[in-house]
Design a protein around this ligand. Structure first.
Ligand SMILES: [Zn+2]
Length: 269
């Protein structure tokens, strides 16, 4: 390798070196091609947008903690080289929240077609972004009064304290009909009714970032529609498996459910 290569301006941004489970690490390279990034036993590939390479690395409530390695492979077909960075993942506590389902909602779990709907929804969430920009969610999507009724990562337990699952998003309790707005630009991947999720929207914001909205009263967008930041996409409701009117809002990064509120607080520019 000639010395020019060694002196080449390294222009990699990593937005933070200490995170908690549910946070996202953001890598951007302006001058050099990122081939792939290895993190927590998974390989991620970059999105190339506006002459830069972007990789968003998700962590979830289940992620390994303490010192974690990020291996970035750079280069092209002629040469390649790697950088290794470390990030510290702090252990955070996810509180328990009891869920009580009525007989009616319990019956929903036995409905035919639930498994197929879940598989289809997950494959949509895990698919590569087709939106050609990067527009990470920046605002809370409830336009009006709300209170957070269940935070991200909360361990759902049943009446007998038996653990069920971690909450994959945030629940905003609000009056039925409260407008829901898109937290950033994107393309609607899905807008339809599902058994458990009720009226549901999935938006692709580019670079593997997707947002989901469950239990809506009304849907105001259609599949394939491009939405602007703050555009009204639906309204709060209690459709599907829901104990009262609320919005379940989730953000997925490369297929993994991350902490939406922490994600919104950060600036990925
Ligand atoms: Zn929820």
């Amino acid at each position: 390798m000639d010395t020019n290569n060694l002196k080449r301006k390294i222009n990699i941004y990593i937005n933070q070196d200490t995170i908690v489970r549910g946070d996202v690490i953001f890598i951007k390279s302006l001058s050099e091609r990122i081939k792939s990034v290895r993190f927590q036993k998974k390989t991620y590939y970059p999105y190339f947008v506006d002459n830069a390479y972007y990789v968003f690395l998700p962590t979830t409530y289940n992620s390994s903690i303490n010192k974690q390695k990020i291996e970035i492979e750079m280069g092209d077909s002629l040469y390649s080289y790697a950088y290794t960075f470390f990030v510290y993942v702090k252990k955070n506590h996810f509180k328990k929240s009891k869920v009580h389902f009525s007989q009616h909602t319990k019956q929903l779990f036995n409905k035919k077609g639930i498994d197929k709907e879940r598989t289809n929804l997950l494959s949509l969430i895990k698919s590569n972004s087709t939106f050609k920009k990067i527009s990470p969610p920046e605002i809370i999507p409830v336009l009006g009064k709300y209170r957070i009724t269940s935070p991200y990562g909360a361990m759902r337990v049943d009446e007998n304290d038996k653990p069920l699952w971690h909450h994959s998003g945030v629940d905003f309790g609000a009056e039925t009909g409260t407008p829901i707005i898109s937290p950033s630009e994107g393309i609607v991947l899905f807008a339809d009714s599902l058994i458990l999720q009720g009226n549901c929207i999935v938006i692709d914001h580019g670079a593997g970032i997707k947002s989901v909205y469950f239990h809506l009263n009304k849907l105001y967008v259609k599949e394939g529609q491009v939405v602007k930041k703050k555009e009204i996409i639906g309204s709060v409701g209690a459709t599907g498996l829901s104990t009262g009117p609320h919005l379940h809002f989730g953000i997925y990064v490369n297929g993994k459910p991350i902490n939406p509120l922490n994600f919104i607080k950060r600036r990925f520019k």
